[in-house]
Design a protein around this ligand. Structure first.
Ligand code: ADP
Ligand code: MG
Length: 268
């Protein structure tokens, strides 16, 4: 078995990489895949917190690299889903404690026994990014529909293009607010798609439920009713190659659009 290694990256910080990693990882595991999440970032809201696993960490990725434990020992099993495990980031700010070759080796090892290895990347384009990308052959670029985030995503796409190992990358648009798009106060999905000329793997709405779910240590994909949960479950389906249409985030808007389109077409 050779699993897929996907890096979740962005350029700009705070756009939802860690949220995306936790949710896609959980959703893929719920669909029966064996999944390992690798946290290569140290931030305020680490992957372990989002998964509610912070008290279960004994060894981190640095312990693996420095041979204080075997890779298998450092994998923290998810409480709910035995298919999901986490390789936690070290609680040290020293980014030089792990290098790209070491991360690549860890990914090579993990993909032998897992369907998916998802690497949560730190912000920026420096060492942390280079490390996170090293073992991956696919990437998901997370952005919000703001100019600064889109610009940083564009830079990351340029870097991904220059990496021989990266075979494909797709865009995930996060924190979308249909009402603002309707009022022309936010870039639309098509605007972002056009600027970056990149295929979209998912559109996630702004959802206050994400904040509550983070605090509870339970990814929102476990909430059957939440719109963002559904959007993330759809992303997991698309990663697996299933053709699921993008969510109609605001049925009211699109219904009016449909009527408009109907009349427009009638005129030509
Ligand atoms: P990153 O890993 O890119 O730095 P995070 O995943 O930590 O970003 O998200 C940054 C903040 O934004 C967090 O507080 C998170 O709860 C919030 N957030 C992310 N996505 C959404 C969303 N779709 N709706 C509402 N809040 C979100
Ligand atoms: Mg993060």
């Amino acid at each position: 078995m050779a699993g897929r290694v996907i890096v979740i990256t962005s350029g700009k910080g705070g756009v939802g990489k860690t949220t995306t990693s936790a949710n896609i990882g959980t959703a893929l595991a719920k669909l029966g895949n064996k999944v390992v999440l690798i946290d290569t970032d140290i931030g305020l809201r680490n992957l372990d917190l989002l998964l509610g696993l912070e008290n279960r960490i004994v060894y981190t990725i640095v312990d693996v690299v420095e041979e204080r434990c075997k890779l298998k020992q450092a994998l923290v099993k998810d409480k709910k889903n035995p298919n999901l495990a986490l390789l936690a980031a070290a609680q040290t700010r020293d980014k030089t404690s792990v290098n790209a070759d070491q991360l690549k080796k860890i990914c090579e090892e993990l993909k032998k026994k897992n369907d998916f290895v998802l690497v949560d990347c730190p912000a920026g384009i420096e060492q942390g990014f280079q490390n996170a990308v090293a073992g991956a052959t696919e990437a998901i670029v997370v952005t919000t529909p703001e100019m600064s985030a889109v610009r940083d995503a564009d830079r990351i796409i340029g870097l991904l293009e220059s990496k021989e190992e990266i075979e494909s990358y797709k865009l995930l648009l996060n924190r979308v607010r249909p009402k603002l798009i309707e009022q022309n106060d936010m870039m639309s999905v098509d605007d972002v798609k056009d600027i970056l000329s990149t295929e979209i793997i998912g559109v996630i709405p702004e959802d206050t439920g994400i904040i509550t779910s983070t605090n509870k240590g339970e990814p929102i994909v476990n909430d059957e009713d939440a719109m963002a949960g559904k959007a993330y479950r759809n992303v997991a389906q698309r990663i697996m190659g299933n053709d699921v249409p993008l969510l109609d985030l605001d049925p009211k808007v699109s219904f009016i659009d449909k009527i408009k389109n109907f009349f427009m077409k009638g005129k030509v």
